[in-house]
Design a protein around this ligand. Structure first.
Ligand SMILES: [Zn+2]
Length: 306
C-alpha cells in the first residue's frame, strides 16, 4: 500500500485523469515519485481511486504496468559519465540494447488497466531521447500514461512541457510531518519534504554530524582562520548525504533581516562559484572573508556594506 503524505489537491486532480502526459515539478524529496506510483496504482485498482490496497493489482509490490526511467550515470563502455543523461536507447528501440525501451514497453497491452511510465529527471533527457519521447506524448496508446519529473517546468524542453499537464508539488505542511516524528532536527532538515525527512530519520548520526558542523561554523564567524577551516569541514560533511548549509540557513533566521539576506547571498554565491568550477579554496576564502565582514557589521550595528 502506498502511503502519501499531503498533496491532496494534486491527487484529487489526478484521480479525474485529466490528461495522458504530466509534468510533476517540485523540490527533491517532496513526493513527486510517490504520487506518480499512487497514480499508477489508482489507475489499475479494481475499485479505482484512491487505490484500495487490497485488490490483485494493489497487492503487487513490483507492478508490471509501472516503469521508472532514470538517468544513466555510466557510459555505454561502463565508465562514469561526466553528466548523467537519459539516453535514446532507454526511450526508443536500438539494436544491441539489452533492456526493452520505453516505447517497446508501451506497445504491449497492460496486465491490468493502464500503463504508467515515469521519466525521472526529465531535464536530463538527451536531445534524441527527447525527440523520441515527444512522438509517444503526441500519440500515446489509449491505456498509456507518461509522468515527467523535473525540478521546475523551465528545466524541461518546451516541446515536452507544452504537451504535458504541469502539476506543482510544494513542501508538506509541518503539522502533517509531525504525525511522522517529533524529532526537531529531522523536521528542520526536511524543509517540508517527506523524502528528506525519512532520510534524516534513517541516518540520525550523519544528520547530527551535519548539524554539529553547522554550529561550529557559526561559532567561528569572528575568527577568519577558524572560519576557513570550518568551511572546508562543512563542505566535506556535505558529501556524506546531508547538507549542513541547511542548518546554517535555519540558524541565520535569528539574525536581523538585512544581515541575514547578505549572508544568504554569500552562501548562494558559494554554490554558484563551486558549480562553475572556481577553485574551491578560493571560493571558501572569499566566503570566509565576506561572512566575517557581515558578522562584524552586525555586531557593531553598522549597516551592511557591499
Ligand atoms: Zn485496489
Amino acid at each position: 500500500m502506498i502511503e502519501v503524505i499531503g498533496h491532496e489537491q494534486q491527487r484529487r486532480l489526478l484521480a479525474a485523469k485529466p490528461a495522458q502526459s504530466y509534468l510533476f515539478v517540485g523540490p527533491e524529496g517532496v513526493g513527486r515519485r510517490t504520487v506518480a506510483r499512487w497514480f499508477a496504482y489508482g489507475l489499475n485498482c479494481e475499485r479505482g481511486f484512491p487505490p484500495c490496497g487490497e485488490c490483485a493489482s494493489c497487492r503487487l509490490e513490483k507492478h508490471p504496468d509501472y516503469l521508472e526511467i532514470s538517468p544513466r550515470t555510466t557510459t555505454r563502455s561502463g565508465q562514469t559519465a561526466r553528466r548523467p543523461q537519459i539516453r535514446l536507447e532507454q526511450i526508443a528501440p536500438r539494436e544491441g540494447s539489452e533492456e526493452p525501451s520505453l516505447i517497446e514497453w508501451m506497445q504491449t497491452a497492460p496486465r491490468f488497466k493502464a500503463k504508467v511510465a515515469v521519466i525521472d529527471s526529465a531535464h536530463l533527457l538527451g536531445e534524441q531521447a527527447a525527440n523520441a519521447l515527444l512522438k509517444l506524448l503526441e500519440e500515446p496508446p489509449s491505456y498509456g500514461y507518461v509522468v515527467l519529473i523535473a525540478p521546475v517546468r523551465e528545466a524541461v524542453l518546451p516541446t515536452l512541457a507544452s504537451r504535458s499537464l504541469t502539476i506543482g508539488f510544494g513542501p508538506a505542511p509541518m503539522n502533517e510531518l509531525r504525525r511522522i516524528t517529533s524529532d526537531e532536527a529531522a523536521l528542520g532538515y526536511s524543509e517540508g519534504a517527506v523524502g528528506r525527512l525519512l532520510k534524516a530519520l534513517a541516518e540520525p548520526e550523519k544528520l547530527r554530524a551535519a548539524e554539529d558542523a553547522a554550529v561550529a561554523w557559526l561559532e567561528a564567524l569572528g575568527d577568519p582562520a577558524a572560519l576557513l577551516a570550518q568551511t572546508r569541514r562543512l563542505e566535506q560533511t556535505s558529501g556524506e548525504g546531508f547538507d549542513p548549509w541547511v542548518f546554517v540557513a535555519r540558524r541565520l533566521e535569528s539574525w536581523p533581516a538585512a544581515y541575514r539576506l547578505a549572508a544568504l547571498e554569500e552562501l548562494q554565491r558559494l554554490r554558484e562559484e563551486l558549480s562553475a568550477y572556481v577553485s574551491a579554496e578560493l571560493a571558501y576564502t572569499r566566503l570566509a572573508l565576506a561572512m566575517r565582514r557581515i558578522y562584524a557589521e552586525m555586531r557593531s550595528g553598522s549597516p551592511v556594506s557591499r
